[in-house]
Write a protein that binds this ligand. Structure first.
Ligand SMILES: [Zn+2]
Length: 244
């Protein structure tokens, strides 16, 4: 099991927030920095192996921890402060995320990593985008940037106030920048991107105080379906490569 930041449930039911995976500077041991979401909400650093281990219950091996959903440090703080659980995903969010997933399929059809995005304002899609950096010979042609560009053209406004961006994968540094520049009001994303995601995986850029615009974030909408879409693409591509 790969451990990425987010909400985990211990097999006995208690919840934990994994903040990050670190490496001990001397022993090079992989460590997990996490917080208990019960009791005194204390922070801990423990070996990564503890999170990956299975336990034997009634001669059945079950994982000690199960991944539940992505979670930002701000959400974990809210829970610790007793301000209720993470906001529930609305039906509307799921509906728009499915639109984004359909666009991601178009990227896959063109042999590009399947990421799709839509910009929604007042219950309507105003911008659509899918990943096409290779075909477009454009390193900036990520789904989010394409959707933001189309929305700005459609609304004839370089500011996208009141707009929500739905994207199937946690955004990268460039796309977070595009969201701040365009004044996107809210970001909803599907799967986490442990390697280059900067909303909660590698960094929490949108929580930076130096940005002059705040973007609200809802992570993990249809995350499993988005993850499956990506995995299916890479699996198919590996198989094609093997066949040569
Ligand atoms: Zn990007």
């Amino acid at each position: 099991m790969q451990i990425s930041p987010g909400l985990y449930r211990h097999y006995k039911g208690s919840e934990y927030f994994v903040y990050r995976i670190a490496t001990h500077s001397e022993t090079r041991e992989a460590l997990v920095v996490y917080r208990c979401l019960y009791g005194d909400f204390s922070w801990w650093v423990r070996p990564l192996s503890m999170f990956i281990e299975t336990v034997l219950i009634d001669s059945e091996e079950i994982p000690r921890f199960d991944f539940v959903a992505p979670m930002s440090i701000a959400e974990a703080d809210r829970r610790a402060l007793g301000e209720g659980s993470a906001p529930q995903t609305s039906e509307e969010d799921v509906q728009w995320m499915r639109e984004a997933m359909q666009l991601a399929e178009r990227a896959a059809d063109n042999d590009e990593v399947p990421v799709g995005a839509v910009v929604v304002k007042d219950g309507q899609i105003v911008g659509r985008g899918y990943n096409r950096p290779i075909g477009g010979c454009d390193p900036t042609a990520h789904a989010e940037v394409m959707a933001v560009r189309e929305a700005a053209r459609n609304l004839e406004n370089y500011r996208l106030s009141g707009c929500t961006l739905y994207v199937t994968l946690e955004p990268c540094t460039m796309c977070v920048g595009a969201m701040v520049h365009s004044r996107i009001e809210r970001l909803v994303f599907g799967a986490s991107e442990p390697k280059s995601g900067v909303v909660h995986s590698q960094a929490q850029l949108l929580e930076s105080p130096f940005f002059n615009h705040q973007v609200g974030v809802t992570p993990g909408v249809e995350s499993e379906a988005c993850q499956t879409q990506l995995q299916a693409f890479f699996k198919r591509r590996r198989a094609e490569k093997k066949r040569g």
